[in-house]
Design a protein around this ligand. Structure first.
Ligand code: GLA
Length: 433
């Protein structure tokens, strides 16, 4: 059923036909890293064939985390059906460490007050309940929140994480290497990748560099499973400008990733940052006064379509019913977890009205009709024009209404509310080339 002219095939064709990059005058350090890419096979841990799904502590709690919070979160994720919906990673972000200050002056240990039984105990608890445990560090002497980092101790730390039963590492160079040359960022990312691969335990690897140094161009070959493609998210759908000249709202992040679809695929993903669904302006960490349920639903749908990891950032224990319903929509999760791993691209744009699309493994195409404007609008998708598929007749499944529509042999038109994305899965019924 898959046609070579469909939406993601066009993206890939563009990537294949791209001119080869000019060879710039590289510094000696650059040659070292480049020689890795040229001479060695790409590194791979074989993990994250679909984008990782789970929860991360940062967006709601910042460094105010503890064993009690993690245990309650794990229990709540199981009880509320989130584990069974696919959210299996439970990721400690910054703030689990005992010491603030340089690694030169302090070891890397878990804070015994926050985590009295230690991290291995917590990993065992998570595993017993069907979850995986993630942890956080960075290549600097300190992390973004000022705790001890892994600089100079990469192998030792990878070994320690593996011995604890850790399943995922977020390795954050956003602060320590913000102004470092690309080759230096590549060097530290590669160093930890090799340290993780040397462990007998498979550990998924997130290299967090806030969307700098063109990380999408090189991280996959270094064994990185996902990389942030932008700065930190704020709890806003569309804040005017960049908050504090740094934070990206949902639409900023989407725009930032609009040309990155070709870098995503099984095992290596653009990370649009952790979800803000359910924060509702109550985050102890993020800036922003929150978004509406419609906007959170749009955000979730689009993160699913662009193949971002789906890491919930809200307090699971107090998650409201609308947010839970949004996060557990199996038809939308299925877009994100599709075996083909095609990331959506923007296929048409008319002012505030955008059509995004991605091709699924079964040859159906998922379309987002996104209305970024202030008023309800009619939006249309034409399979032949917008998706370049040779379909004469097709049916439409509305993934939020859970309803089949059609069949249609003309373009499909529907009303889309302000800040809504209608998410439609189109299936061919009659195909003529
Ligand atoms: C950076 C990252 C965030 C978070 C904090 C922790 O800002 O981008 O996602 O991990 O560091 O300090």
């Amino acid at each position: 059923m898959t046609s070579p002219s469909t939406v993601n095939a066009r993206v890939k064709a563009k990537a294949i036909n791209m001119p080869l990059p000019r060879i710039p005058a590289l510094l000696a350090a650059a040659l070292l890293v480049a020689s890795h890419a040229a001479s060695s096979a790409p590194l791979s841990n074989g993990l994250a064939k679909t984008p990782p799904m789970g929860w991360s502590s940062w967006n709601q709690f910042g460094d105010n985390i503890s064993e009690g919070l993690l245990v309650e979160t794990i229990d709540a994720m199981a009880a509320k059906g989130l584990r069974d919906a696919g959210y299996v990673y439970v990721n400690l972000d910054d703030g689990w460490q005992r010491f603030k200050g340089s690694r030169k002056d302090h070891p890397l240990e878990a804070d015994p007050t926050k985590f009295p039984h230690g991290i291995k105990w917590l990993a065992d608890y998570a595993h017993a309940k069907g979850f995986r445990l993630g942890i956080y560090s960075g290549p600097g002497a300190t992390t973004c929140a000022g705790y001890t980092g892994s600089e100079g101790h990469e192998s030792e730390d990878a070994e320690m994480f593996a011995s604890w039963g850790i399943d995922h590492l977020k390795y954050d160079s956003c602060c320590s290497h913000k102004d470092a040359p690309k080759t230096e960022v590549q060097r530290v990312v590669l160093k930890m990748s090799k340290a993780l691969l040397a462990q007998s335990r498979p550990i998924a690897y997130h290299a967090c560099h806030c969307g700098w140094s063109d990380i999408w161009e090189w991280a996959a070959d270094m064994g990185v499973n996902h990389w942030r493609m932008g700065q930190d998210i704020s709890d806003d759908f569309n804040y005017p400008g960049l908050r504090e000249k740094y934070y990206f709202d949902v639409l900023d992040m989407l725009d930032r990733g609009a040309k990155l679809a070709k870098y995503a695929g099984p095992g290596h993903w653009n990370d649009f940052d952790m979800l803000i669904v359910g924060l509702k302006g109550k985050s102890g960490q993020l800036v922003g006064t929150g978004a509406s349920d419609v906007e959170y639903r749009t955000h979730f749908s689009l993160w699913a379509m662009v193949e971002s990891p789906l890491l919930i950032g809200a307090d699971i224990r107090t998650l409201d019913a609308d947010s839970l319903e949004t996060l557990t929509n199996q038809e939308v999760i299925a877009i994100n977890q599709d075996a083909a791993g095609n990331a959506a691209e923007k296929v048409s744009e008319n002012g505030d009205l955008q059509v995004w699309a991605k091709e699924m493994a079964d040859g159906s195409v998922v379309v987002a009709l996104l209305n970024r404007g202030a008023a309800t609008a009619d939006m249309t998708v034409s399979p032949r024009r917008d998706l370049t598929v040779p379909w004469d007749k097709y049916r439409v499944r509305d993934l939020w209404k859970h309803k089949d529509l059609g069949p249609y042999d003309i373009p499909f038109t529907t009303e889309v509310m302000s800040h809504e994305a209608r998410i439609l899965r189109l299936y061919p019924l009659e195909v003529k080339s």
